[in-house]
Design a protein around this ligand. Structure first.
Ligand SMILES: [Mn+2]
Length: 300
């Protein structure tokens, strides 16, 4: 049996989609495969997505099984059920471990800078000649994974291949034209229903010499302006409880912008130095979306 699986901490929709859709392809090609994970799903696997009639397999690997890793290549962070020596294929878009896997697996390691691993799985389907037989659910999962991982094609790592894969998959999935907005608004509603949990899920403490506010939280939503208008007090109160030097970066997917919420004078001074902007008023709108890791690179 080939066990298609991913990371250990949680599965996002890219990992989830890749495992299910690749196992489906292997089975169609006559190779017995199961999509398996022992990790929890994160909020990117939205309620609507969970309602689609498709699931991970309830299967426990046995001695002799082989493993295929999707959307992960860091050997310290893959699912604990994986036996390293029995990994036969790796399909991933995170950098850092290309050399290790190239040496171990040669051409069976496909690690590329691309918007979503789902695009790589789409390419497998296409190359197999079986794309016309992909299930509506797998197509919908892969398409949604591409939307999510590329932030609706506004992210830094988007390629032509991602755009092409989405267009093809959207048709097989029969997704409505406004699916991106519907999907991301659903994710945003989930974030808004428990802001503390969402802030805690992506909050990092910066080193004192980083030039950045000590508490640096980040959130990705469809409409940052609406989120901040409605919830600014709740968010500020929650972050102020973490310390008096904090910053929140809200990435607004529909606009491709970043909204920085920064209310204490000390934090405002740090952000002013970094971005050369006036931070008085506590809200800075940056004309393009910036990721925390980009700001960290600017600070160091
Ligand atoms: Mn991914």
């Amino acid at each position: 049996m080939k066990v298609v699986t991913s990371g250990s901490a949680y599965l996002d929709i890219d990992a989830y989609a890749c495992a299910i859709a690749y196992a489906e392809l292997l089975n169609l090609q006559g190779i017995a495969a199961r999509a398996v994970s022992s990790g929890p799903l994160n909020a990117s696997v939205s309620k609507t997505v969970l309602d689609w009639p498709v699931r991970l397999d309830d299967y426990l690997p046995e001695a002799g099984d082989e493993f295929v890793l999707v959307d992960v290549s860091d050997y310290e962070h893959f699912d604990p059920l994986v036996v390293l020596d029995r990994v036969v294929e790796v399909i991933d878009h995170h950098p850092g471990f290309e050399q290790f896997w190239a040496q171990k697996l040669g051409r069976c390691a496909d690690i590329r800078r691309i918007g979503a691993a789902a695009t790589q799985i789409f390419e497998r389907w296409e190359a197999s000649g079986l794309l016309a037989h992909i299930s509506e659910q797998s197509a919908a999962l892969l398409a949604t994974a591409i939307l999510d991982n590329t932030m609706n094609f506004t992210g830094r790592q988007v390629t032509e291949a991602d755009v092409r894969a989405y267009e093809a998959l959207r048709r097989y999935a029969r997704l409505p034209k406004d699916w991106p907005e519907r999907y991301f608004l659903e994710c945003q509603a989930l974030i808004e229903s428990d802001l503390g949990a969402a802030l805690a899920a992506d909050m990092k403490r910066m080193k004192p010499d980083s030039g950045l506010p000590q508490v640096f939280a980040q959130m990705t939503v469809w409409n940052a302006q609406a989120l901040i208008q409605q919830h600014r007090q709740t968010i500020s109160r929650w972050l102020a409880a973490q310390g008096d030097d904090w910053l929140l970066n809200v990435i607004s997917i529909s606009e491709g912008r970043s909204y920085f919420l920064v209310e204490s004078v000390i934090s405002q001074r740090k952000l002013s130095d970094l971005l050369r902007v006036d931070c008085q008023g506590g809200l800075v709108i940056h004309e393009r979306s910036l990721l925390r890791k980009e700001l960290m690179a600017m600070g160091s």
